[in-house]
Design a protein around this ligand. Structure first.
Ligand SMILES: [Zn+2]
Length: 484
């Protein structure tokens, strides 16, 4: 209740007042000073880039940055240290961090149709920054993360494990409310129009988001979709703004730049990149790092960029994690393990050198330690030397649960083995390619020609069409191919 009253206060102050005189705004909103915003952005940015990965295509990065910078310079806060990055994430999403740090996923880029739509998305995120939504949301989310599973298990001595996860969690939790989303939609369309991009690009984005939303189950939706209002509602609310903006010049003068945009989509990675790990039943396979691990039956597995985690659903305080040990210190695995575990605040209970599957050498130990708030935790960990790296595969649980889950930890560690090289060489990611719709084609027939790489409905949505529509004959469309 209280929160809604506060947000009402935010909407009531004009954008200009909020943007240029934040400190004179409603102090109850806990706005940061501009310097604090920038500092927070600069601190979060490297963590976010590390956790999500920056998409390795310089030309695409420069293109998105150039579109973003033109919009940002036309905003009320042109002098923020604006930065735009395409992150290597398959889900369709975009978000902003205070201070002017904007991220768009390759998954969302694949779903957009024109440069005007890209301008709509970036303009929307710029709007969250200029109107200081992101600063307010960040304050709330920082509080919300306190007590979350991973941070509470290992803080603060165990920073080597958790820093990036913490940042990832707080960003995942950034939630705007209805008023803020609608305001960002309006601002985004406005910035785009000011530069000359068709303000209807924002409407196209919302239509596509509505289709993605309708085709997904509600769990795990990215923040562009999971917040209310629903995309269809946002579209209705935005229509008047778009009409007003469009009346400023003849329709032929608005820039859409579809072809320029599509040139940058050619060969774009599409979907999860299996080279970076995939699940085959309970088995997690990592082609680039050449290993497989079998996690316990029924446990959820999350493949983060820096860490794979597995946890039993509905049970707090238990997790198995797998990651690379950076700069391993010591001449033997036993020394490496001793250095790493003591650095993270754990004492050895027992340990021995072992051979895992395929003869891979490891140091397998049991450790005890404490969380920041004094709770006792047990760790069963293997430091594994394989394929030129040292991996840490560790089960962590509160002492109260440790004995109960230890057999799962031990089995998971023993399941580690080298992947089949020949098989791994055949694993390739999917990429965006183009095709022309022939007479008689359906989304189904086009999808079939990809060899089942993409479902028909998804293919329609990626092309900005409803799944039950007919593909437009003679038109160039996006399709999916298995690339290198
Ligand atoms: Zn938003």
């Amino acid at each position: 209740m209280k929160r809604h009253i506060l947000i009402g206060g935010l909407a009531a102050c004009s954008l200009l007042a909020c943007a240029t005189n934040p400190v004179t705004g409603d102090r109850q909103l806990n706005f940061m000073s501009e310097a604090q915003e920038i500092q927070l952005g600069r601190e979060s940015d490297p963590q976010l880039r590390a956790e999500m990965g920056v998409y390795p295509d310089q030309a695409l990065q420069r293109y998105v940055e150039s579109v973003g910078m033109r919009l940002a310079k036309s905003s009320e806060r042109p002098d923020l240290p604006w930065q735009f990055a395409v992150v290597d994430v398959a889900a369709a999403n975009a978000f902003a961090v205070p201070g002017g740090f904007i991220y768009i996923t390759r998954g969302l880029l694949a779903h957009l149709d024109t440069e005007a739509e890209l301008a709509g998305v970036l303009g929307h995120e710029i709007g969250h920054v200029t109107a200081r939504h992101s600063a307010a949301a960040y304050t709330r989310s920082t509080m919300a993360t306190v007590g979350m599973l991973l941070t509470s298990l290992f803080a603060p001595k165990a920073k080597p494990y958790m820093g990036a996860v913490e940042a990832g969690l707080s960003i995942a939790l950034l939630k705007y409310d209805r008023t803020q989303e609608l305001q960002a939609d309006r601002l985004g369309a406005g910035y785009a129009a000011k530069v000359g991009w068709a303000p209807s690009g924002m409407s196209g984005v919302l239509e596509t988001l509505g289709r993605i939303s309708a085709a997904s189950d509600s769990r795990g939706l990215p923040n562009w979709l999971s917040t209310h209002p629903q995309p269809a509602d946002r579209l209705t609310k935005l229509a008047e703004t778009v009409r007003a903006l469009e009346s400023a010049r003849p329709s032929s003068e608005w820039e859409v730049n579809r072809e320029a945009y599509w040139r940058h989509l050619d060969g774009l990675l599409y979907g999860d990149n299996p080279r970076e790990g995939f699940l085959r039943g309970r088995e997690f396979v990592h082609p680039d790092m050449r290993f497989t691990v079998t996690f316990p039956d029924g446990w959820r597995v999350q493949n983060g960029r820096q860490q794979v985690t597995s946890a039993p659903p509905g049970i707090d305080g238990v997790v198995i994690l797998l990651q690379v040990v950076q700069n391993p210190q010591g001449a033997s695995l036993e020394r490496v393990a001793a250095a790493w575990m003591s650095q993270t605040g754990f004492q050895k209970v027992s340990g021995e050198s072992v051979r895992l599957g395929g003869g891979v050498p490891a140091y397998h130990g049991v450790y005890s330690g404490q969380t920041e708030n004094g709770a006792a935790v047990g760790v069963e960990a293997a430091h594994i030397s394989h394929a030129g790296r040292v991996f840490l595969l560790a089960g962590v649980a509160s002492q109260a649960r440790f004995a109960q889950v230890q057999p799962h930890f031990a089995r998971t560690i023993r399941s580690y083995s080298p992947a089949n090289e020949a098989e791994m060489a055949r694993v390739k990611p999917n990429r965006i390619a183009f095709a022309t719709v022939a007479s008689g084609d359906t989304w189904q027939s086009i999808a079939q020609r990809t060899g089942g790489l993409v479902p028909a409905g998804e293919l329609a949505i990626v092309n900005g069409h409803a799944p039950d529509s007919r593909p437009p004959v003679g038109r160039r469309i996006k399709t999916v191919t298995q690339g290198s």
